[in-house]
Design a protein around this ligand. Sequence first.
Ligand code: ATP
Ligand code: MG
Length: 429
Amino acid sequence: MRLSRYFLPVLKEAPAEAEIVSHRLMLRAGMIQQLAAGIYNWLPLGFRVLKKIEQIVREEMDRAGAIEILMPTIQPADLWIESGRYDAYGPEMLRILDRHERKMLYGPTNEENVTDIFRRHVKSYRQLPLNLYHIQWKFRDEIRPRFGVMRGREFLMKDAYSFDLDAEGARRSYDAMFVAYLRTFARMGLTAIPMQAESGPIGGNMSHEFQILAQTGESHVYYDRAFEEIDFSAADLDVDRLKSLYAATDDKHDPARCPVPAERLRAGRGIEVGHIFYFGTKYSKPMGATVTGPDGREVEVEMGSYGIGVSRLVGAIIEAYHDEHGITWPRPVAPFEVGLVNLRPDDSACAAMAEDLYRRLQAAGIEVLYDDRDERAGVKFATMDLIGLPFQVTVGPRGVKEGKVELKERRSGARSELAPESLLDRLTS
Ligand code: ATP
Ligand code: MG
């Protein structure tokens, strides 16, 4: 992508209302723009990151055996009246009347909707286990939308729903999601600590929140420092051990009863990026979602639900990866992998080399944002540092004479001079 033809409305100053660094940087880097309180336009740079995160979540859900569907944003109230949640949910639910005065709502979550799909099509235990998920916008009329996309009113969530014949099967489904979550966050460069949680308004009897550590997190968290030694990207994670390690948010943490000795206890602040629940027959019972069991009897299915805050993750990753100059994206979620800067578009040798490199990087399958603008070098470097692409490649008159370009790793700041061939090798290895 040529920056001269792109839409990247960077700002010099972040609007005063942006309190936390990720919100400020997302506005300054032209990633988002607020349309109404807690409702955002996703501009090209931000939208690319959102899609990368969504794709990692999708791949790990698929790998864990979940099956993707798409349920609508607007739902009829009837299903929620059936489950008993229409009145229970409260003012966070956006309630709508259609032209026939039928009660509708903008979905804050989809348990009822997916249970309805299930009960219409699944009749036998032989069709289980089943896990259906989607990645869809939600609306919750949060009392205090804040921190940009971290607590929005409209936000993108991945929500998966498991159906099993019995509690033992449901636990296996839960554990598969537990592991998938750790892998998902690890792929984005995040360490998310699973914390035992009560399940709040959704109800249930087993639940974990996944919290990443960040100073601006909304929750205070306490955890066994043993978590710091775990490689969450490992192929075989020991779920039982992970579940047995102590980790809790402050509402659950009681210093007097904490099983972890003080020298092993870590305290910090966390951002909740995922939440998983096992809630048994909470929806299958009132909504009549049953299957015929092996003995011919009708059984209410055991369910769980599993959410990931896809749009919240964009902010959460920036909270974890930034410095005083801007964002420092982990490569798997970066909007582009390489920022190519031509320092002298007016110099024909520089232009020829930059154009050639741009073509070759693209041909090698690398996503490049090419700053071909007629701008001062300082402006170009500041823009690149702000938007935080993992690699910056600079073409300037001095290097061109020697047939070299400069490579800078954004996060470490490490610089090297390379011939274009070696650069391509480095970036594709
Ligand atoms: P929170 O305690 O942060 O309000 P929740 O318990 O209401 O979260 P869930 O219903 O479990 O959240 O939703 C699943 C995930 O969706 C959460 O873990 C979070 O990452 C994300 N999420 C929830 N509410 C919002 C919001 N208002 N804005 C952005 N993401 C959200
Ligand atoms: Mg909430």
